[in-house]
Write a protein that binds this ligand. Structure first.
Ligand SMILES: NC(=O)c1ccc[n+]([C@@H]2O[C@H](COP(=O)([O-])OP(=O)(O)OC[C@H]3O[C@@H](n4cnc5c(N)ncnc54)[C@H](OP(=O)(O)O)[C@@H]3O)[C@@H](O)[C@H]2O)c1
Length: 289
């Protein structure tokens, strides 16, 4: 990868809001041209307008990452508009916090299709293009849920854990080709994103230990990952990062701690969702292609 990001092309899924928008702003500030993909055309275009003020080129492609046709069209647009993709940020994702025996089967399928399958298929379509150029960077947005899985978040944690191992395996496979892959594992972001949705719904803040980070901090870590090429970056408080290390050595400690800090909050959220048949964050957008 050339040292400067200026003039390179980044494709960001879920680039319209939350963490994806923060990453887009950070990359635009470095002079990168962007392709933004998400389902809702109006939100995508609003974010693109804001980004164009930095003087970079921004193309929006309304895309449902759970649909192969959409992904093929997305990659074709990147090639026709920019001649390729230098950086792929697999960021689109949905949450699925609910009691596992009550969660609708369709919700499990949609979460896997969006968070896991979408990322695996888009990466499969992009890597051949990167190989042609002999370089490329892929950042997969996992979560601390991949490392310390929260109760009532089994489906979500399963998809995020899959992205973590997907990244590690690919990274080794493509070593020496000019292509590299990193996983980013953020904790709760306090300034937008899916956990903000959970907080608003609950009408109360997260337990103190879970109030981990911000979308802007995650965006800065994405820039750091592009600079330093780490296998994984955990973006959370030092306390949670130490807890993750301990939990991997002492699983019963991890289980005790996660239960202590997360169980009551997420049980309440799951109960509220079940009582009110509440939709998920970004689960049913008004598609405006
Ligand atoms: N926020 C956090 O605290 C946190 C912590 C750890 C990890 N993460 C991960 O970070 C990523 C971004 O989360 P966020 O909190 O920023 O969420 P968000 O604010 O809800 O944004 C999600 C983005 O993904 C898009 N999206 C959702 N489903 C899609 C689909 N099927 N196809 C294409 N785009 C889709 C959304 O746009 P449309 O709805 O218009 O499609 C939106 O642009 C997710 O992968 C999430 O798991 C978030």
């Amino acid at each position: 990868m050339p040292n400067s990001l200026e003039g390179q092309v980044a494709l960001i899924t879920g680039g319209s809001q939350g963490i994806g928008r923060a990453v887009a702003l950070a990359l635009a500030a470095k002079g990168m041209n962007l392709v933004l993909a998400a389902r809702t055309a109006s939100t995508l275009e609003a974010t693109a307008e804001e980004l164009r003020k930095s003087g970079v080129r921004v193309v929006t492609v309304p895309t449902d990452v759970s649909k192969l046709d959409d992904l093929q069209r997305l990659v074709a647009t990147c090639i026709s508009e920019f001649g390729g993709i230098d950086v792929l940020i697999n960021n689109a994702g949905i949450e699925a916090f609910q009691s596992y025996h009550k969660i609708p089967i369709e919700k499990i399928q949609a979460t896997i299709a969006t968070n896991t399958t979408g990322t695996l298929l888009l990466t499969r379509l992009v890597i051949p293009e990167m190989l042609k150029k002999g370089r490329g960077r892929i950042i997969n947005m996992s979560s601390t849920a991949a490392l310390m899985a929260p109760p009532y978040g089994a489906t979500y944690a399963a998809t995020k854990a899959s992205l973590y191992q997907f990244s590690m395996a690919l990274r080794l496979e493509y070593k020496g080709t000019g292509i590299s892959i990193s996983a980013i594992c953020p904790g709760f972001t306090q300034d937008g994103g899916i956990y903000e949705f959970i907080k608003k719904t609950m009408g109360r803040s997260m337990p103190f230990l879970l109030r981990g980070t911000t979308a802007d901090t995650v965006a800065k870590k994405v820039l750091k990952a592009l600079r330093t090429d780490p296998p994984v970056l955990v973006v959370d408080t030092i306390g949670i990062r130490i807890a993750i290390v301990w939990a991997s050595i002492f699983p019963r400690f991890g289980e005790w701690l996660t239960h202590k800090i997360a169980f009551r909050y997420f049980r309440r959220f799951a109960t509220k969702r079940e009582e009110e048949s509440m939709p998920s964050a970004t689960s049913s957008p008004q598609k405006q292609k």
